[in-house]
Each structure stands twice: as C-alpha cells, then as structure tokens.
Design a protein around this ligand. Structure first.
Ligand SMILES: [Zn+2]
Length: 241
C-alpha cells in the first residue's frame, strides 16, 4: 500500500477528533461563560473556597497568561488560572477553577493515578523524541530497500518501546483528569456554589469537552504507535520476500 495513504489513514482521524474536541471546548466555554454562578464568586475566590472546604492548605492561587492556560503546578503547589477563569464569575470559570483545585486535592491526598502519571512524565518526555528517532535510525540502517531484519529491526523495536511510554502517560492521564472533574462537580454543586439544573448542565458541558481533548490526545498517541508498528512490520515482510 502507498506509504503516504497509510500515514493519512492512521493520522487524519485522530487529528480531526482533536480539532473537533478543541472546537467544542471553545464553544461550550463561550456558552457557559455567559451563565453566572449562583455563588457570585470569581474563579479565584471559588478555588480558594473549595481548597479550604477540602482542608487542603499551602496551595497558592495565581493568575496565568493565555486563553485556557489553566493548570495545577505540583512542584510549586500553585493553581494557575487564566484571566477569564481567575476573574470570571460564570459557571465555566467556577468549573475550571474547581477542576484545577481537584488536582491539588489529588496531590494532597496522594491519589495513586496522579503519582503514577507524575512518575511517567520524565519517561514520556524522553520517549516521544528518542523513540521516533530510533525508529528512523533503524529504518535508515535497514536501507531504502526496507531490509528490516537483524539489528535495524531491534533498534526500531526499541524505538517502539520508548514511544509506548507516551501512550502509557496518556492512558494514566485519563483517570486523573476525569477524577479532577468529578471532584469539581461534586464540590461545587454540594456547596451550592453552582446550582443544579441549567448552571450545572452548562458547567458539565465545559468539563466534558475538556475531557474529550484528553481522549483525543490518547487516541492520537495510540494511532502514532500503531502506525510505526505497521511500518516496521511491512518493512520486515518486504525484507523476507
Ligand atoms: Zn486537569
């Protein structure tokens, strides 16, 4: 089969999924940013309140730069909220702020998937580049004819092994992200900061859309891995013939 066609078959569907997920985050955020939270609090105030209610101390809340740049920094124990979320008094701001606080709570409670994820981060950082590099080195050594037997084959297999740490990271990241959003929903609705019904529904749409971007990233990593496995296997088959 044509190499380019195979590449497109593996890579285009996950890319479309990622684009669709990102568009959904933007549209659901815009919608939910127009719905005021029952609490009347800003995202920063909501974060502080949820942290205190959860008995987590020593976590700072700061404003970050850039649209939807919200994240939790476990090294410095800082919840960083984008300007729209930090200052916003909408259910979108409350939901995202509480999601990031959810990560801080996971950290404080030594939530196992978070520990595993943080353990895999350095591996995946190396694996994503070094893995792909080894696969290409193996291909080059194997020659243009596609002779993928012997050492070049094992170099490519090592590359696959390294790159699979990226898939592992994405897979472990899913329960971490889903749990942070589940905590956010529970904490906000139970405390009455976000009212059930229309407010909670709008907030849930933002959180679900954000979760979908992580699913898309996982699908993308798996598709990339499968693509290289396919390339190596077909190179090996053609070297046998
Ligand atoms: Zn998160």
């Amino acid at each position: 089969m044509n190499g380019m066609l195979v590449y497109l078959l593996f890579m285009v569907p996950p890319m479309l999924l990622a684009l669709w997920a990102q568009a959904r985050v933007k549209s659901s955020f815009a919608m939910a940013h127009g719905v005021r939270a029952a609490s009347g609090l800003s995202g920063a105030e909501t974060a502080a309140m949820v942290l205190e209610a959860s008995g987590v101390s020593g976590v700072r809340i700061e404003e970050s730069h850039g649209f939807l740049s919200d994240h939790y920094d476990p090294r410095h124990r800082v919840v960083r909220l984008s300007p729209q979320v930090y200052h916003g008094r909408s259910v979108a701001a409350a939901g995202i702020a509480a999601h990031e606080v959810g990560h801080a709570i996971q950290h404080a409670q030594h939530y196992l998937p978070l520990k595993l994820r943080n353990g895999v981060v350095p591996l995946a950082g190396i694996g994503s580049n070094a893995g792909i590099m080894l696969i290409f080195v193996g291909m080059l050594l194997g020659g243009v004819a596609g002779a993928a037997a012997g050492m070049p084959f094992w170099i490519m297999i090592a590359g696959i092994g390294l790159f699979s740490t990226v898939v592992l990271f994405q897979l472990i990241n899913l329960p971490v992200e889903f749990d942070a959003s589940a905590r956010a929903r529970r904490l906000l609705v139970n405390a009455g900061l976000v009212a059930e019904g229309q407010q909670a529904a709008a907030m849930n749409r933002v959180l679900s859309a954000a979760a979908m971007t992580y699913v898309a990233a996982t699908v993308g990593a798996i598709a990339t891995l499968l693509y290289y496995v396919f390339v190596i296997m077909s190179a090996q088959n053609s070297s046998r013939n």
